[in-house]
Ligand binder design. Structure first.
Ligand code: NAG
Ligand code: NAG
Ligand code: NAG
Ligand code: ZN
Length: 436
């Protein structure tokens, strides 16, 4: 045999072996169509001057090989940026040329993604084994919701908002221990596909409301009705497992790119700030306000239910940055109950600090994270007059090295501290007369 063939044979058997190991250990199998982030670095940069801000605005507009987690806005701001392998040298050089202070948070993002895919429960996992030690795919989450509805027929009702762009159902549950005249809490999560901790936290909350032995939790569970939808962007969520761990938007097709950022698509102050008109960008607001099927499904559900179900509380789960935010996102102008929302948010953050030691900050979306428009909760607060409206950015911290890739052993701590904060929100809003 020609020596070259021997080498090739050895090489291919070695790579086959690695592949076989991965199949054994990981339920998400790598295949040729998965996006890869080998040698993608995560930089955290800090802008000292207006010139730095302008430089990075120009850079974001120019480069396809950089993924900004947020936009360059103001001096003093820190920003995380994913830099793909072929751009590392140029990017690093630019930082030094302009004396931009920075840290490298990660040198090979694919390693994190590989580890993350190994923490996903196999699709074949029996529904009895649903837990908060692994991440679960859409089918498993829906099977679990269905099981709850059949196991607790007098308490849990399966809900379905209708189908997504790609024809998947948007399923949720109504939890009601009896008391049709109670006020309701609505919770949405998974609007951004890659924020896997959000659906995991939503299912944890459902589980606690139904099964907690804590008397205070039981009292709270029975004092409201609960409408909970763990994955309001099912197409995107599915795609984050099957093709690209970093996918954020829905999967609607616009020319050469896909996806509307559903949390920029709601018809309130739509496309005014912190949103893009370009379908290739991560925060594309859509061709028109409320253009997307997923947006329309959620709006219709809430419009039909807001009065009959007396929905007074709207909660949305996202990651990351450890924030408890309230409207508005598009302006520094304050909502009519700003003072209450600020107080309650700060008490909720203090509850987390006492519970787990984690630092969460609270404030309006505009003043805490960054200006953005067309978000679901701004619409719910302004158009449907739902007064108690909070968006959580769950773990990790703002300078997280993992970005959206939270290890599975942080699901329970993250979800349980969020649930503590939600208890404070419900208690404090009640004390202030919002649930009369
Ligand atoms: C570079 O930036 C640092 C910190 O931002 C500053 O202290 C230093 O003076 C700058 N150097 C130059 C040459 O501008
Ligand atoms: C609920 O409210 C309706 C309308 O206000 C009232 O007729 C009904 O008696 C109430 N039911 C309970 C259980 O309080
Ligand atoms: C949304 O805003 C962007 C940025 O201002 C603009 O370029 C785009 O045309 C707007 N989209 C629509 C449909 O008006
Ligand atoms: Zn998000």
């Amino acid at each position: 045999m020609h020596p070259l063939w021997v080498v090739l044979l050895l090489m291919s058997s070695a790579s086959l072996e690695t592949y076989a190991n991965n199949i054994e250990e990981c339920s998400i199998k790598k295949d040729a169509s998965h996006a890869r982030y080998d040698h993608t670095r995560i930089y955290n940069v800090e802008f000292a001057t207006a010139a730095h801000v302008e430089l990075f605005q120009a850079l974001e507009a120019q480069s396809d090989s950089l993924s900004f987690i947020g936009h360059a806005r103001v001096p003093g701001q820190k920003l995380s940026i994913m830099v793909s392998g072929q751009k590392v040298a140029d990017f690093d050089n630019l930082l030094h040329s302009y004396n931009v202070s920075h840290r490298i948070l990660n040198y090979n993002f694919q390693k994190l993604i590989d580890a993350s895919y190994c923490e996903v429960a196999p699709l074949t996992t029996p529904v009895e084994q649903f837990d908060w030690k692994r991440f679960f795919q859409l089918e498993n989450i829906y099977a679990w919701l269905e099981k709850l509805a059949s196991k607790h027929p007098n308490v849990v009702t399966l809900l379905d908002m209708g189908t997504s762009t790609e024809g998947l159902p948007i399923k949720g549950v109504r939890i009601s221990f009896g008391g049709d005249n109670l006020t309701s809490v609505f919770l949405e999560s998974g609007i951004h596909a890659r924020e896997w901790i959000a659906p995991a936290t939503a299912t944890y909350i459902i589980d606690q409301l139904l099964h907690s032995n804590d008397a205070q939790v039981q009292t709270m569970a029975r004092s409201h009705n609960w409408l909970i939808f763990p994955t309001v962007n099912p197409d995107g969520y599915r795609y984050s497992f099957t093709h690209d761990r970093m996918w954020r938007k829905n999967r609607a097709l616009f020319g050469i790119c896909r996806g509307v950022d559903l949390n920029r698509n709601y018809p309130f102050a739509w496309n005014t700030t912190g949103a893009s008109g370009n379908p290739c960008h991560y925060d594309f607001s859509g061709p028109t306000a409320g253009s997307e099927l997923e947006t329309q499904r959620l709006m219709k559900f809430l419009e039909q239910r807001v009065h009959t179900d007396r929905i007074r509380t709207y909660l949305a789960l996202h990651s990351y940055s450890q924030l408890i935010m309230f409207p508005y996102g598009h302006t520094a102008e304050r909502v009519h109950n700003y003072a209450d929302l600020k107080d309650i948010g700060q008490l909720a953050a203090a509850r987390i600090k006492a519970y787990s030691g984690r630092d969460y900050k609270s404030g309006s979306i505009y003043e805490t994270i960054y200006p953005s428009s067309g978000g679901s909760k701004d619409w719910a607060h302004a158009q449907l007059q739902m007064p108690i409206t909070y968006t959580f950015e769950l773990r990790g911290p703002p300078d997280s090295e993992d970005l959206f890739i939270l290890p599975a052993n942080e699901i329970e701590p993250t979800a349980s501290e969020a649930f503590q904060a939600i208890q404070t929100i419900i208690e404090e809003a009640g004390k202030r007369g919002y649930y009369k």
